[in-house]
Design a protein around this ligand. Structure first.
Ligand code: ADP
Ligand code: MG
Length: 567
């Protein structure tokens, strides 16, 4: 039996396309500029292939013109253009992508950056335009053609005049309705912002006339009481930065350039503590430009904070905050990732959860960790700043998921040391442990000073044992989750058995306990309701008594848990 072809109800399909693929109307501009860039690329690549010289990217601008009065928005390129047939097939067939075909034909070209692939982006124009006119002249042809459409009602293609090759798209911006406004797409500053947001790294200059004002020159004969006057003028402005800073070579970039890029891009008033700039090629290919801020944003420790990295595909912004690229414990990192290796979904707004993205995320996680370790080793002061801002997040990361990230995070932890009187790493602690010392000791309290006064500290100090002083609520929970470091167990100084007494000493305490049974019982009765039990201990020196907890939940943890119950 002969196979029958599916028939798509084109009108309905177009309607669906226009109204349901994209979540933001503003995307239309990204799509049309991407198409203009693709068309210019095609011309550029073909010229290169044919050995033509003298063409530079700068001589092939993408030009935007706004005419508020007539509600027109024009996007013009000097690219390859389209013939009448191409207008028919590329713009008349939904999901036909001339760009994808071009990409396939030119696969051997290493440096190909063509963006289009789905053959639907163009129709995004109808989200904001009631009428779209495309005037195009293909390279090498004398004849230009006009494609016109009001959307779902169909389109026409007619011959027309156009002096140069390339494509000029004229949108008639829709009138505002009760629920929707479109006026913003006729405002130069709004358009400038959209270009910056989505198309900043398109490799051709995107130009538009911007109205600016300046002070008039002071006339030569101006008198004493001359008042400066202002005048408006238009300036043909390049809106995009074109070369992404991360595509530049590291050696061409100065610290100031990194810093000013960071402060302007992420609206921070302080330069970052450090940056990570890396290009990875191999199983996954990507370029990442990451920054570790010097301070936590206001909302960092609230649920309003949104983690994520900017994700670019061939220089076009796909997602502003791609959360999948950052694990929670490194949620403070800001920056961007640019990769061509993504399976984008049709709207190019979201990603299919693909293995490339996972691989990139893993690679990034490793990079962040090693950069932090490097800072910890070589720039301890900077690291302490980092720790002050984001240490909690790292501790929290080590604690959640039953310590699943223990190996990754434990070396990043630093704690105040009783003997060094500064913040130390677990590795440093273990390297200093006394030969006979069994445990990594820690003590908890409200402040470092208070912890140092704890009665049990004295004995450990006498033995020359270092004690980690933990003054953050989360500390002990985190330590308990880690349980050990380099096979040394953690031991709270409030624990029943500190492992300090010899067998003889233990026997001695046991003997004394039996001898003083009546006294201990009497003390127990006197303190009834306040303590559970009174017993003898070998851990005290000049203090008569101390408190200790029984079971896995210590006094300090109990305080935190009680507090949480009240919150
Ligand atoms: P995609 O860009 O994903 O291919 P579009 O719907 O955005 O899909 O565009 C469809 C096709 O129309 C493109 O593949 C390209 O062949 C053609 N096209 C669109 N805009 C232009 C332009 N400005 N110049 C030349 N060809 C264009
Ligand atoms: Mg496109």
């Amino acid at each position: 039996m002969a196979k029958k072809q599916f028939k798509a109800e084109s009108k309905r399909l177009l309607d669906l396309m226009i109204n349901s693929i994209y979540t933001h109307k503003e995307i239309f501009l990204r799509e049309l500029i991407s198409n203009a860039s693709d068309a210019t690329d095609k011309l550029y690549y073909n010229a290169m292939k044919d050995g033509k010289t003298g063409i530079t990217r700068d001589s092939l601008p993408i030009e935007l013109t706004l005419d508020k009065e007539n509600r027109r928005f024009v996007i013009e390129d000097h690219g390859c253009g389209m013939t009448a047939e191409e207008l028919e097939s590329n713009l008349g067939t939904i999901a036909r992508s001339g760009s994808l075909a071009f990409k396939k034909e030119n696969q051997d070209q290493a440096d190909i950056d063509i963006i289009g692939q789905f053959g639907v982006g163009f129709y995004a124009a109808f989200m904001v335009a009631s009428h779209v006119e495309v005037v195009s002249r293909a390279i090498g042809s004398d004849q230009a053609n006009r494609w016109e459409s009001d959307g779902t009602a169909g389109y026409t293609v007619t011959p027309c005049e156009k002096e140069e090759n390339g494509t000029r798209i004229t949108l008639t911006i829709k009138e505002n309705t009760e629920n929707e406004t479109y006026d913003e797409f006729l405002e130069p500053y709004r358009i400038q912002a959209l270009v910056k947001k989505y198309s900043d790294y398109i490799r051709y200059p995107i130009k538009m006339d911007m109205i600016r004002s300046r002070m008039k020159e002071k006339p030569a004969d101006a008198g004493e009481d001359y008042q400066p006057e202002w005048e408006e003028y238009t300036e043909n402005t390049t809106l995009n930065s074109m070369v992404p800073i991360w595509k530049k070579s590291k050696k061409d970039l100065t610290e100031e350039e990194y810093n000013s890029f960071y402060t302007s891009k992420f609206y921070d008033y302080q330069p970052p503590l450090c940056h990570i700039h890396s290009s990875v090629e191999g199983a996954v290919t990507y370029t990442a430009m990451l920054f570790i801020p010097a301070h936590a944003p206001m909302d960092y420790y609230t649920k309003d904070y949104e983690k994520g990295l900017q994700l670019y595909s061939n220089g076009v912004l796909i997602m502003d905050k791609c959360a999948d690229l950052l694990p929670d414990h490194f949620s403070f990192v800001r920056g961007m990732v640019d990769t061509a290796d993504l399976s984008l979904n049709i709207s190019r707004e979201m990603l299919q959860h693909d293995r490339h993205l996972k691989a990139i995320a893993q690679s990034i996680e490793k990079k962040i960790k090693s950069e932090l370790l490097k800072m910890q080793k070589d720039q301890r002061e900077e690291y302490e700043k980092f720790w002050k801002a984001f240490g909690r997040q790292i501790k929290y990361g080590a604690y959640v998921d039953y310590g699943a990230h223990k190996d990754l995070l434990q070396d990043l932890l630093i704690y105040h040391s009783s003997t060094e009187d500064k913040l130390v790493t677990l590795e440093e602690y273990v390297s200093r442990m006394k030969e006979e010392q069994k445990y990594i000791y820690y003590a908890c309290g409200e402040t470092i000073d208070k912890i140092k006064l704890l009665p049990a500290m004295e004995t450990l100090r006498d033995k020359g044992y270092e004690v980690l002083c933990l003054d953050d609520n989360i500390d002990e929970f985190c330590i308990k989750m880690l349980a050990s470091y380099q096979e040394k167990e953690f031991k709270s100084i409030a624990d029943a058995d500190l492992g300090l007494e010899s067998e003889d000493e233990k026997a001695e305490i046991k003997k004394l306990t039996e001898e003083n049974e009546t006294l201990l019982a009497a003390l127990g009765t006197a303190l009834e309701g306040k303590v559970k039990k009174v017993e003898l201990t070998g851990r005290l020196k000049s203090h008569p008594c101390c408190l200790r907890a029984e079971g896995p939940v210590t006094l300090e943890m109990e305080k935190v848990l009680n507090q949480q119950a009240l919150d």
